[in-house]
Write a protein that binds this ligand. Structure first.
Ligand code: DGJ
Length: 695
């Protein structure tokens, strides 16, 4: 039983994961507190930590003696920290006073019911663990029972982080075409907030933080992530006296959710993970969790995809797509995706969004012929859609101007010439599901690339839509999946604007970034890899010079960077030389050999700042090891490079591509010598090394 009641202490429980233990209790005063979160404790030791408080600590009129230990600190009572729950009751009363009501313990799950009887608020703290993951899932349900309750904040929970002398945080931040840039540094005293107010996960931050004092492969790391694809806020508090806690939840400041009696609000899960073994082990544990409990089809290998966007932009024609499809098939591509520009009057980004039928001039007989041909070429068929958006210049907007986010009497500002449809409205959801379902059925589609290209603004007519919109997107994706079991969905939001564990639950792959410059991609991919698995990371090889950065990078290097995830091609194949096409076909064939290792394997970042200096990434799966090594800038004065591998069996022997056999220990401690010519001559050296464990 992974969650057990602790004997000898009332209302105290221990949640055990394979390598960690979490001990909590509901105290007499109504607080639910954490006593321990760390490496797994023997059952008998749990009682030793439960209730074991450092005594004699000075409390003052300005702070309590045990700050930041609660799982859901409320705005109320004698508290001064960041509240995870803030409510306003009838008459404007604000101070929440919860008392313990009951607990329900079932396999792997604990539900603690707390009540504020006077004003009729019921709060349930949920906790769930799995027997094959160290990730702990926690979420909250709040219900108004007898009177109306206005919620100003309902986080999924607060996570007290056990003290370390000098806590360091790791997170990612960025921008469009510059997503998931790793940021690391001392956790400041005070409140450090990462947030999105965009209505999506956002390009500017991603809802997770890791705290510890660790290196890549050593040291303890505490991680908290939020499985949510709308606006969010995550605040890490560090008190000057040492305590640290992270509270994370959906919505953002300034919103209010009104619950009438009988109504509830349930949060998305916040996920907590403690690991030893540095950021590397933490990442591998998150990837395992994603594969075991999040991704909808984790055992599949992702097909090699072709996407037409960077080849044609909006200039989509039937003949042009057919030509690209034939060229892509010859390279060994397995899935052909038609991007933006196929529908309504969509010949540029100023019109047509919302009119989801084939453009009558570009596809006078519909798209059946194109997709039939794609299938005859042996590929699966995919289509780009942006179901949450509308251009004012569209039949949809002319018919339903009230379907967009707006406040009465206020401007409706466009961004990328588009407005956001309000998925909180049932008729909008019904409309979207209707045409998506028809497209998937009529064309027997295997794949949707579901895009979302602007942030929310002027988001009326009520605050609940910030949550209901995201729920609507989830509901439609879930229903599409149920109606079309073979359909796979890619999540895209102008690149990587909506990547999170909520989205990964219903999509198989994410478009990592619109930035396809191999050099800049390396850093983006590194930041992504801290939480999310390589098998879901869509990476395309596109043209050189790169359309965003203008940088010229050799085809081999571009392929080797894209082979670190789910490989795709997005270049204008009509302009590739015969030599380039032959080289591309060889890389794709090589990728198909290694992709189970890359997509399902254990990932080790072998060091170096990706894209800025020589670096390598390694994957281990069953008996195979794949290393992708990069040296973007050659310099003869560089010290010799030995690639010390990781995660191998020390006693086992591994055969390399030349037939040489090495001990695991040799590869890990002495390392593979990278030839010295890698340091001289042309920039952009890269290699793919495959090793197989001897039986
Ligand atoms: C943004 C996406 O990230 C691109 O890949 C492409 O699909 C465009 N939208 C199309 O408008």
């Amino acid at each position: 039983m992974p969650v057990v009641a602790v004997e000898g202490r009332p209302r105290t429980w221990a949640a055990h994961t394979p390598s960690s233990t979490y001990v909590l209790s509901a105290e007499e005063d109504g607080r639910v507190v954490q006593w321990y979160w760390g490496p797994r404790l023997p059952a008998a030791a749990v009682a030793e930590v439960a209730g074991d408080r450092v005594s004699g600590r000075f409390a003052s009129g300005f702070r309590p003696d045990d700050d930041l230990v609660e799982l859901l600190p409320v705005d109320g009572g004698r508290r001064w920290g960041v509240p995870s729950l803030q409510a306003v009751y009838e008459g404007g009363v604000r101070s929440v006073e919860l008392t313990f009501d009951s607990a329900e313990l079932t396999a792997g799950r604990l539900d603690l019911v707390l009540l504020d009887p006077e004003y009729g608020l019921r709060v349930v703290l949920h906790l769930r663990v799995h027997d094959d993951s160290d990730v702990i899932e926690r979420w909250v349900t709040a219900t108004a029972t007898t009177g109306p309750v206005r919620l100003l904040r309902l986080d999924s929970g607060s996570w007290p982080v056990p003290e370390s002398a000098d806590p360091v945080y790791l997170g990612v931040a960025g921008d469009w075409a510059l997503e998931t840039q790793p940021h690391r540094g001392p956790l400041p005293v005070g409140e450090t907030t990462f947030t999105s107010r965009t209505g999506t996960t956002s390009h500017t931050a991603n809802p997770w933080i890791m705290i510890g004092d660790a290196g890549e492969e050593h040291g303890r790391v505490y991680g908290v992530a939020l499985a949510w694809s709308g606006s969010w806020r995550l605040t890490a508090q560090r008190r000057a006296e040492g305590e640290v806690a992270v509270t994370a939840g959906f919505g953002h400041d300034g919103l209010a959710w009104d619950l009438a009696p009988g109504e509830s609000l349930e949060t998305p899960p916040a996920l907590g993970l403690v690991t030893d073994g540095g950021y590397g082990a933490a990442g591998r544990a998150w990837h395992d969790y994603a594969r075991r409990h999040v991704l909808p089809h984790p055992r599949e290998v992702r097909p090699v995809l072709y996407n037409s966007w960077e080849a044609t932009w909006f200039d989509v024609t039937e003949d042009g797509q057919l030509d690209l499809a034939r060229r892509a098939a010859e390279l060994g591509v397995e899935l052909f995706v038609v991007d933006d520009g196929w529908f309504g009057g969509r010949v540029d980004d100023r019109r047509g969004l919302g009119d989801w039928w084939p453009n009558p001039e570009r596809f006078p007989d519909g798209m059946g012929r194109l997709f039939d041909e794609v299938r005859k070429l042996g590929m699966r068929a995919g289509l780009w859609v942006e179901p949450e958006m509308v251009n004012p210049d569209s039949d949809l907007y002319r018919a339903h101007p009230d379907w967009v986010l707006h406040w009465p009497g206020r401007r409706r500002d466009t961004a990328r010439n588009q407005l956001v449809l309000n998925y909180a409205r049932p008729e909008v959801r019904e409309w979207a599901l209707g045409w998506l379902d028809r497209l998937a059925g009529d064309y027997r589609l295997d794949y949707f690339k579901w895009d979302m290209n602007r942030s929310f603004t002027q988001a009326g007519p009520d605050d609940l839509l910030w949550i209901e919109h995201t729920r609507g997107v989830y509901a439609i994706m879930d229903e599409l999946g149920a109606r079309h079991p073979g359909l796979r969905i890619e999540s895209c939001s102008g690149g990587g604007g909506r990547i999170d564990f909520g989205m990964l639950r219903r999509t198989d792959v994410v478009w990592t970034s619109d930035n396809t410059d191999a050099l800049e991609r390396q850093r983006i991919q590194q930041g992504y890899s801290h939480l999310y698995p390589a098998g879901a990371m869509s990476c395309w090889v596109t043209d050189s010079p790169n359309p965003i950065t203008g940088r010229r990078v050799p085809l081999r290097y571009r392929f080797h960077v894209a082979m670190a995830g789910a490989l795709g091609v997005g270049g204008n194949l009509g302009e590739w030389s015969a030599g380039e096409l032959a080289e591309a076909a060889a890389h794709i064939a090589a990728y198909k050999e290694i992709r189970p290792v890359v997509q399902h394997g254990r990932l080790y970042r072998l060091g170096g700042r990706p894209g800025a200096e020589r670096s390598a990434v390694q994957y281990v799966h069953e008996d195979r090891v794949v290393v992708l090594a990069y040296n973007p800038f050659t310099d003869r004065r560089q010290a010799p490079w030995r690639l010390r591998l990781a995660g191998l069996e020390p006693e086992a022997r591994y055969r390399d591509g030349d037939g040489r056999v090495w001990h695991g220990t040799t590869l890990m401690e002495h390392g593979l010598a990278v030839p010295s010519w890698w340091a001289s001559g042309d920039d952009y050296r890269s290699d793919l090394v495959v090793l197989t464990r001897e039986p």
